[in-house]
Design a protein around this ligand. Structure first.
Ligand code: NAI
Length: 337
């Protein structure tokens, strides 16, 4: 029996794996997400590779009694129960740096689309044939203040691009690196200060207990009126209700969200309704707000797509193979626990 299985494997990833026939021979793969519903078919595997659609909760992990390594094909690992893995000696490897350029470029794709109304213009011409400029006026980035929350691998690339637009950059990070600030030409400030002076705020922190609702109902109205928020990090970093209120009250200029709180549920909602199970009211509120967001003119929602370039995907697969090979020779790399 094979010991390794890849879940959520796309055709494109499979084509990349085919370039490594020795490795491909060792693995099973499926397009399915690993979930509580199907885990009983996979209980014997020692190495499981997933993407972010598989929720590796305690209930799921408990059934994988031989599991030794989870090789997530993502940077974020908030879909995995870290405590359970720690208590049960299950290693977790991630792909820490496959696509900082990819995500940083997408951040600006979203930002420009939002503030220059690129989608609205395109949609108008295509759908109505109208070349009217009514309602299509935007804002410049030139000399505006960009507030970057989290200056890690992606945040850094975002700052470099911002400099190309002659933006002034300030940043908030739990671990400031003054040398980096000097080198890239930005200044660290505290969160409150960043919120109050930024024309654009871009989020690049990981999602964890500390960053859960980092932007919330107590601080969102402290942002500069008309400010734009871009989130390519994780949905749970912004309190959905707070964002909805700040947009509805026209306090914010708009938001571009590649990630949503409970985005997994958004994809699964049809199934949730069919199952007639009780859905907690907090979850329902978030789901509802997500639907309202999707329809607002000054909000752009995309389907967790920031990582999605040919280059990044190839990097993810190659680095995941490396993570698994190193684990097999007892020299694991890129461990997050
Ligand atoms: P990184 O680990 O290189 O950088 C994270 C930065 O956040 C670090 O500078 C760290 O000091 C800072 N930080 C951590 N906790 C903090 C806190 N509580 N308060 C303030 N700062 C804090 O991570 P990287 O590669 O830049 O990625 C950032 C996030 O982007 C990932 O964790 C992931 O969730 C998300 N991501 C989203 C993708 C998408 O497709 N939308 C693709 C790839 C990553």
């Amino acid at each position: 029996m094979k010991k390794i299985i890849f879940f959520e494997l796309t055709e494109q990833e499979k084509r990349i794996l085919e370039k490594y026939p020795d490795f491909l021979e060792l693995i099973d793969f499926t397009q399915e997400k690993l979930s509580l519903e199907n885990v009983n078919q996979y209980v014997d595997y020692e190495v499981v590779s997933v993407f972010i659609g598989s929720q590796l909760s305690q209930e799921v992990l408990k059934q994988l009694s031989n599991l030794k390594l989870i090789a997530t094909r993502s940077t974020g690992f908030d879909h995995i129960d870290l405590n359970y893995c720690k208590d049960n000696n299950i290693l977790i490897s991630n792909v820490p740096d496959y696509g900082e350029h990819t995500v940083a470029e997408y951040t600006f794709a979203l930002l420009l689309c939002l503030i220059r109304k690129v989608y609205n213009a395109y949609h108008q011409v295509r759908e109505t044939g109208s070349f009217s400029l009514e309602g299509l006026q935007g804002r410049e980035l030139y000399e505006k203040v960009l507030g970057v929350i989290g200056v890690g691998k992606i945040g850094r690339e975002v700052i470099k691009i911002a400099k190309g637009f002659s933006m002034k950059v300030i940043a908030y990070d739990k671990y400031p690196q003054e040398e980096l600030a000097k080198q890239l030409g930005f200044e660290y400030v505290d969160l409150e200060n960043l919120l109050s002076v930024s024309d654009v705020i871009s989020l690049h922190v990981p999602y964890n207990k500390e960053t859960h609702h980092l932007i919330n109902k107590d601080n969102i109205f402290k942002t500069k009126p008309g400010c734009y928020i871009i989130n390519t990090a994780r949905g749970g970093i912004i309190e959905t209700q707070a964002l909805y209120e700040a947009i509805k009250n026209n306090h914010l200029g708009g938001a571009a969200l590649d990630v949503l709180e409970e985005e997994g549920d958004l994809k699964e909602e049809q199934r949730m309704l069919m199952e007639k199970q009780d859905i907690p009211s907090e979850k329902l509120k978030i789901l509802l707000a997500n639907h309202v967001f999707i329809d607002l003119d000054n909000v752009i929602v995309s389907p967790h797509n920031a990582f999605n370039t040919q280059e990044a995907l190839a990097n993810i697969v190659i680095k995941t193979i490396e993570n698994i090979k190193q684990f097999q020779i007892s020299k694991p790399i890129n461990l997050i626990n």
